[in-house]
Design a protein around this ligand. Structure first.
Ligand code: ADP
Length: 228
């Protein structure tokens, strides 16, 4: 069974008198445990695609099947369920909450889960996720006390703490120096080997080069979809 199937997916924004077609008929299918890079110029629809796949937004039309279920037009509370149980996000700018400690940041997504137990259980899972990304020694630090690479590793821990089927990473290496780019990519590849599907938006051809599948977007469409 496919992880996600997108059929004739469209997203149109009304801007004044004009329709902006952020997605203009996208057909794509993702397998469980797959690793794909998404390339394309700014404005080509990459973020819109990630937001829809991550249950943060809904398409204007088209069909989405996720783990066999039609999720094309779910009510907000069902979308929230998928968001907190099945997907994890990693952003270019980390999006960690500055007032919370590292372990609190990572435990945060579990607050929205009915099955994550009490505070101690949530923290234990957060510690486990932080150990996995090599950040188990920084539990009590605040994000501002960490380097960019460390912050992104914490953000990856937050993305995987809920054991998602899919991690959506939007330019995750965009703010990192080359050493940390490698480290973050290695980490995402390792997660992927353990069975998590990873979709990675990037501008960096060297980053895309590491992915077994490269999807190129242009003007809201899939221009090229190559598996190696
Ligand atoms: P990318 O991530 O490839 O840069 P986006 O998905 O962010 O592209 O945007 C695709 C197109 O949709 C762009 O023309 C952008 O201006 C437009 N767009 C995206 N989000 C909105 C929005 N909330 N309102 C209006 N237009 C939007």
């Amino acid at each position: 069974m496919a992880l996600a199937v997108l059929q004739d997916l469209r997203k149109t924004y009304r801007m004044g008198d004009e329709d902006v077609r952020a997605l203009d008929g996208v057909d794509l299918s993702f397998a469980p445990g797959e690793l794909a890079a998404i390339l394309g110029p700014s404005g080509s629809g990459k973020s819109t695609l990630m937001h829809i796949l991550g249950f943060m937004d809904t398409p204007t039309s088209g069909r989405i099947t996720f783990e066999g279920a039609d999720v094309s037009s779910l009510p907000p509370e069902r979308r929230a369920w998928y968001r907190s149980h099945r997907v994890g996000f990693v952003f270019q700018s980390f999006n960690l909450l500055p007032r919370l400690t590292v372990v609190e940041n990572v435990a945060l997504p579990l607050l929205y889960r009915e099955d994550a137990g009490g505070e101690a259980a949530r923290e234990a899972r957060a510690r486990e996720a932080l150990d996995r990304v090599g950040m188990g020694h920084r539990l009590g630090h605040r994000p501002t006390e960490l380097s960019g690479g460390e912050r992104q590793r914490v953000a990856i821990a937050r993305a995987i703490v809920g054991r998602p089927a899919l991690v959506l990473a939007d330019e995750p290496t965009g703010n990192l120096d080359s050493r940390n780019v490698e480290r973050v990519l290695d980490l995402l590849a390792e997660l992927n080997r353990e069975g998590v599907a990873v979709l990675l938006v990037t501008h960096d051809l060297a980053v895309a080069d590491r992915a077994p599948r490269v999807i190129r977007m242009r003007d809201g469409r899939v221009q090229e979809d190559v598996r190696r």
